[in-house]
Design a protein around this ligand. Structure first.
Ligand SMILES: [Zn+2]
Length: 127
């Protein structure tokens, strides 16, 4: 028989997981999703592991639509941070007022990669 504390803890964790899923930021979801794709060398369109599916759902519909094409084209550099306003994929300046695909994510106007502000992403990761 399992100790009661384990069962209670598991229930709490399951509850948290649900809250976490609905609160996950599209940028955080995109970055983690991209990491999984790169790590697993998952071919676009193949069956995704459970975590990737959850992250994909947390990404905005626009990101879900754009990502596969860009991953196919650029692989690990499909999603890159901006450094001092410069796309680290193609090294062209990214206009500050560029329209966003999702909160914190826009598209490089030169190479079309998904770009994000590194400071913003850091804040999301550390809370
Ligand atoms: Zn670029």
């Amino acid at each position: 028989m399992q100790p009661l504390i384990d069962i209670t803890l598991r229930l709490i964790m399951r509850g948290r997981e649900k809250v976490f899923d609905s609160m996950i930021h599209p940028l955080a979801a995109l970055i983690r999703f991209h990491e999984l794709q790169v790590d697993a060398f998952t071919p676009v369109g193949s069956k995704l592991p459970q975590e990737a599916l959850r992250l994909q759902q947390a990404m905005s519909p626009t990101l879900q639509q754009y990502y596969p094409r860009l991953f196919q084209r650029y692989g690990s550099t499909a999603v890159v941070p901006l450094r001092r306003g410069i796309c680290t994929g193609c090294h062209v300046r990214h206009p500050a007022g560029a329209s966003k695909l999702a909160e914190g994510v826009s598209q490089c106007q030169n190479c079309n990669r998904l770009v994000y502000d590194a400071d913003e992403a850091f804040e999301l990761c550390v809370g």
